[in-house]
Ligand binder design. Structure first.
Ligand code: TYD
Length: 205
């Protein structure tokens, strides 16, 4: 059986990570690998409901409550989708994961990074990404790509998104082996080739 892999895609809203994830999905399928796609928030049935609250609830949501909701969805994603697939030797591509909580709830909202890391540990129960891509983009471009129709998170403001961006770069500095930062202002094709270069290196190890 082939070794399972867990790869996560991170970056600010509008960075293009979902497009890159789709391209990598197609690449792996062509290689004959079994590959599964998931996302946070909103991994499957229950996750969809949590996602709906997180993105669209228009009453007050405390920062701590928000953090726990992301974590609840994460635990479900790990238990129901990620672990069974990786254990069966599949490749799992996940649109956002633990680093989103560190960047958004930690650096963005200002909750202690240590506390968020602790919650992440509880949510993932030992599962860690083998590789993480961070698609780095300046806040102005990312907000332009998001457009006028913003969800609850996307309405958090420019300063918030600057902190999120710096948060991601800080995470990458701390874990250079796992986290690879790519310049998301390049063309889709250029970025895809950079993703493949990193993937081919990892698969050859
Ligand atoms: P989504 O539509 O998935 O954003 P995108 O298409 O840009 O990936 O919405 C997810 C939103 O939730 C996004 O604004 C980031 C935020 N988020 C957190 O704040 N913390 C988290 O732990 C996760 C997983 C997402």
């Amino acid at each position: 059986m082939k070794k399972g892999l867990f790869i996560t895609f991170e970056g600010a809203d509008g960075c293009g990570k979902s497009t890159q994830m789709e391209l990598l999905f197609e690449y792996f399928k062509k290689q004959g690998r079994e590959v599964v796609i998931t996302r946070e928030p909103g991994c499957e049935g229950l996750g969809e409901k949590i996602r709906e609250i997180l993105l669209n609830y228009d009453g007050e949501v405390s920062d701590r409550c928000e953090s726990f909701l992301f974590m609840a969805d994460r635990a479900q994603n790990i238990d129901v989708i990620v672990n069974p697939a990786v254990q069966a030797g599949k490749i799992v591509l996940c649109d956002r994961h633990t680093d989103s909580s560190i960047a958004y709830q930690g650096y963005g909202r200002g909750i202690s990074i240590e506390k968020i890391k602790h919650l992440n540990e509880l949510a993932v129960n030992g599962r860690k990404p083998d590789l993480t891509f961070v698609f780095d983009i300046d806040v102005e471009t990312s907000m332009k790509r998001v457009g006028k129709e913003k969800d609850r998170m996307e309405n958090s403001g420019i300063d918030f998104y600057n902190r999120v961006r710096n948060g991601y770069l800080e995470i990458a500095k701390q874990e250079p082996n796992r986290v690879k930062v790519l310049d998301a202002s390049k063309s889709i094709e250029e970025i895809h080739l950079e993703v493949l270069k990193i993937i081919e290196k990892i698969l050859s190890l």
